[in-house]
Design a protein. Sequence first.
Length: 374
Amino acid sequence: MDPTLNLKAERLIWVAQPWLGNEEAQAVFDAVTDNWISQGPRVKKFEKAIAQSTGKTYGSACNSGTTALHLALHICDVTVGDEVIIPNLTMVALANAVLLTHATPVFCDSSLLSEVGNISYESVKSLITEKTKAVILVHTYGEPVEDIQLIVSYCKAKGIKVIEDCAECHFGTYEDQPLGSFSDIAIFSFYSNKNITTGEGGMVTTDSLEIKERLDRVRMHAFTPGKHFCHTERAFGYRMTDLQAAIGLEQFAKAEIFMSRRKKIREMYEHGLAGVRHLTIPKTSDTSAHWVMPLLAKNSNQRDAIREQIADKGIDSRTYFQPMNEQAFLQEFSVGKYPRSRELSKRGFYVPLYPKLSDDEVDYVIEALRTFWS
């Protein structure tokens, strides 16, 4: 169970918090007074901005990261009898999106070299069968999948689609290339805890005009031009509103400031927690998106005790994801052992890291973490 946060503590610091201002409020007001509250011109502008920031030509906005995943799988024609490889240590949205297509999720254990749960080329390769239709690669907690080029090249040769899940890594890069640009299709989330937010929202990006046009069609019930209530294929009501896009555009304008602040906070944690023996700081790259501040305790008991102690000081935290094979409704898809993802899920947790966090608040969290068992 998550520890109970002491709401009467000296400070109250949530694990994530959006940074919204007068600009976002004015943008929403303008959308309302323009009478554009459903999908409209702001969505198109937001799509273009996100696509360009991720090295892609086109974006198709939708109402969540989960629907972005479902749309991406739908566009890849994933269906009954197909298999989709996903990380075992990830957000349950991936498995749910696969199940929506009636395909089978195949869980891939975390790499021994990753301290946040990313998967590797060798582990993906070992799971590919004649039924594999797609692989979803997640840059977990903003950290790039180091084997991404190998995985994409191997899958392309096999005719297997690769979907880059960038929900946690927007504005991160790998080898001078934006995350989201390595595969033919990538997805993004703009939930309130993401690097920029629209409250709820998502997007699929691509370089293919054909894919873009189909995405735009199926997110809007696949109406037939000129024959409105005749529908070309199975489709969905997954559109983003102009109200959301108005917020997103203002957030996008602040992205450089947000990302610079995230990097500084990460550096403060690394400096402040250096030499603390009861914690391991997962390695990071200079090009990480620094979505959260992940930490590893020595074991689950110590992890839980640390979280209890800092919760009493008003500091929110979260554990790493619970592995997919341990979720009650997904156990039927578990076909082996997943030792690395299980280990990380038992030891890992993360603490507040977001641009609105002040230096004093970061120092307060660091001090609480340092004094455990001291």
